[in-house]
Design a protein around this ligand. Structure first.
Ligand SMILES: Cc1cc2nc3c(=O)[nH]c(=O)nc-3n(C[C@H](O)[C@H](O)[C@H](O)COP(=O)(O)O)c2cc1C
Length: 168
């Protein structure tokens, strides 16, 4: 079964560090995503320092898994000099999903932590990492080796009622 079907949000990790090659492979997958006009409106902050990852857990009440995560990747969205500014959210969604799928390929567990535009979570991350105004945090990915080896496992969500062949 391919990673797309096995991927789950994994929130419990061992304390094993993530190898540099695996970090690079996730970032390569992220940057391989399609984007409108191929504008690639993304940058990344890789956070490996344990104390910094712990501090980052305070950005949201739903990010407590970062307290035990060995790695966080902050995905940044470009906000200026864009060819197709209306599409950056879609571009970043594809980029983030690619990263999550590559994590599964690397036998890692990960979860996407949302940051919505203009909220307190965004400000927390901007201040903590000195992010320049031409970028904004789109999301944070918490990554680690899963505590439960079967954490990435298939759940069937296919719902034929949502599919409309030909016309609605
Ligand atoms: C935009 C977005 C924001 C999310 N934010 C959080 C979050 O803040 N904390 C969390 O634990 N999970 C978060 N998730 C993960 C979802 O809860 C999860 O994807 C959903 O429950 C489905 O489970 P699955 O990923 O295991 O298939 C987020 C997912 C998305 C796509």
């Amino acid at each position: 079964m391919t990673s797309i079907f096995k991927r789950r949000s994994v929130r419990r990790y061992t304390d094993q560090k993530i190898e540099k090659e695996k970090i690079e492979s996730m970032l390569r997958a992220a940057m391989q995503a399609p984007s409108a006009c191929n504008q690639q409106p993304w940058e990344f902050i890789v956070v490996e320092d344990k104390q910094t990852v712990e501090q980052l857990s305070k950005f949201s009440p739903y990010a407590r898994m970062l307290l035990e995560a060995p790695l966080a990747i902050i995905i940044l969205e470009k906000t200026t000099d864009l060819i197709a500014p209306a599409f950056t959210q879609q571009d970043l969604g594809a980029c983030t999903q690619n990263l999550l799928l590559q994590a599964v390929e690397e036998k890692l567990g990960a979860v996407w932590l949302g940051v919505s535009k203009g909220d307190d979570r965004e400000k927390f991350i901007v201040d903590m990492f000195n992010i320049p105004t031409e970028l904004r945090p789109f999301g944070v990915i918490s990554v680690g080796y899963p505590m439960d080896a079967d954490a990435n496992s298939f759940v069937d969500r296919y719902d034929e009622k949502r599919v409309h062949y030909g016309s609605f």
